[in-house]
Design a protein around this ligand. Structure first.
Ligand SMILES: NC(=O)c1ccc[n+]([C@@H]2O[C@H](COP(=O)([O-])OP(=O)(O)OC[C@H]3O[C@@H](n4cnc5c(N)ncnc54)[C@H](O)[C@@H]3O)[C@@H](O)[C@H]2O)c1
Length: 445
């Protein structure tokens, strides 16, 4: 408060600042999931292609929904096929050749959870077979793959949803409402990070002892990447290698950026991205840095994203507005209003004489005779306990398969997010600002 005493400050009517300490806490309803469980929808018959870590998690989440029936799975690794049956919890046919599933007329939709570099081929095959597709994030392995998928989906008039579950998360739905309401004032800067500090967080996944050239169809797995002998480390830790994944950008930025797109309604490719970072700890032959920080120019707002695999700060997305700050931390959203009510000057009066100061304050009071309105409360919203946003996201997809209505995270949205991830890597590896060139639909710089 500079040189103004507390008594003076309260008398001036700004004492309602203490209201900022008060807070309102609300538990949100699940979003589409609720509608999903009360409707009389038809049962969506789906198959899953790629039933490793994520494919099995998706099956466990889909199992919670009343209107989805898994009728088959495909994987190139024996154990992952068996794991898919366990994950679904009931006998289902499994195969190593996913085309057998796509040939079936009783299949409405496909959940695709193969490694990133395999998305394009599998999605194009699904669309050619007339199936709707839920494809895991990041939608593409590179810019060309993304546009090929957009074209195929649009030409084939398919429902497509990219698999960044935050887009259906009830917390992000609330964030979008708040953002749109203008309560935050003008938002000029958004800051987001995912930091985790463990070997698993840096993808040093164990190699299963039974994985070998007999139990994994390595030739087919490697079909769209440079040839090499069977390498179990690459099979399990593909995220570390640029032939198959996109490092922290494709693995983690994609969640932050899709969440930001959802909350702000900005469905666009950033015009520029500048990255820095380095590989400081996990020097195991990987291609990607374990620290990456990127500054993006999005329309109307600057976005700062980083992922550090050497610190356990967790995850947060912070929207800095002129009137309030909105923070999403896991399944909790908090809006802290800022005190932008007129205040008498404090600090800069330190060099004034008592007489000048008194005159200034008297004049200020005369110009502001009404007591200031109280500050809005700090509000916090949380998802219900045990909330599963992956189930929510699959519910969004199933609903769209039935209604034929577009989903928010459609092929264009998913492609935009993936391109922002590719721009982050482009900038890092080229040591330059990555610029999106809309005319040629390529990254320059
Ligand atoms: N949304 C999320 O939170 C989330 C979390 C983890 C992973 N993912 C994404 O899910 C995808 C899979 O990741 P993962 O961790 O499960 O990888 P994973 O390596 O554990 O599983 C991928 C599986 O796909 C199989 N596969 C590859 N090509 C195939 C083909 N032609 N036919 C049949 N099966 C094939 C592999 O054999 C493997 O079992 C990736 O795109 C990843 O980015 C998303």
């Amino acid at each position: 408060m500079g040189s103004i005493s507390r008594r003076e400050f309260v008398r001036l009517g700004a004492g309602a600042v203490s209201a900022a300490a008060a807070a309102k806490s609300i538990v949100l309803e699940p979003g589409g999931l609720a509608a999903q469980t009360t409707g009389t929808q038809k049962k969506i018959r789906f198959v899953s292609i790629g039933t490793g870590i994520r494919g099995c998690d998706l099956l466990r989440s889909a199992k919670k929904l009343p209107n989805g029936a898994c009728v088959g799975t495909a994987d190139l690794y024996d154990m992952h096929r068996k794991a898919s049956v366990e994950a679904w919890g009931a006998e289902i046919p499994t195969t190593s050749d996913y085309r057998e599933l796509l040939d079936r007329k009783d299949v409405d939709a496909v959940i695709v959870a193969v490694a990133d570099f395999q998305h394009r081929r599998v999605v194009l095959d699904c669309v050619a077979a007339g199936k709707d597709v839920y494809c895991e994030k990041p939608m593409s392995h590179n810019v060309a793959d993304g546009f090929a998928m957009v074209k195929a989906v649009q030409d084939g008039k398919r429902i497509f949803q990219a698999g960044s579950q935050r887009v259906s998360n009830t917390i992000y739905k609330k964030a979008a409402e708040i953002y749109k309401s203008g309560r935050l004032g003008e938002v000029t800067f958004i800051d987001a990070y995912t930091d985790r500090n463990s070997p698993s967080g840096a993808w040093m996944y164990p190699v299963a002892p039974d994985a070998n050239a007999k139990t994994v169809d390595w030739t087919r797995w490697l079909r769209d990447a440079p040839d090499r002998p069977f390498d179990p480390e690459r099979f399990f830790r593909w995220r570390c290698f640029s032939d198959y994944g996109e490092g922290v950008a494709g693995d983690l930025y994609v969640h932050l950026l899709s969440g930001i797109q959802r909350a702000t309604g900005i469905n666009a490719i950033p015009s520029r991205a500048y990255s820095t970072g380095g590989l400081t700890h996990f020097k195991d032959g990987r291609d990607f840095p374990d620290l990456l920080a990127t500054l993006y120019d999005y329309p109307g707002v600057k976005v700062d994203v980083h992922c550090n695999q050497n610190n356990a700060a967790g995850e947060a997305v912070v929207f800095y507005g002129k009137e309030a700050t909105m923070t999403i931390n896991g399944n909790t959203l908090t809006v802290v209003p800022q005190d932008t009510r007129p205040q008498p000057e404090g600090y800069s009066l330190n060099g004034w004489t008592a007489e000048s100061k008194k005159k200034y304050l008297d004049d200020w009071r005369a110009a502001h005779p009404e007591p200031a309105a109280p500050l809005p409360l700090t509000e916090s919203f949380s998802a219900p306990q045990g909330y599963d946003d992956t189930a929510e996201h699959i519910a969004t997809f199933f609903r769209a398969v039935e209604t034929r209505e577009h989903v928010v995270e459609d092929e264009v949205f998913g492609n935009n997010t993936a391109i922002a991830c590719h721009m982050a890597n482009h900038s890092y590896f080229h040591k330059n600002v990555a610029v999106w060139d809309e005319a040629t639909q390529t990254i320059k710089g």
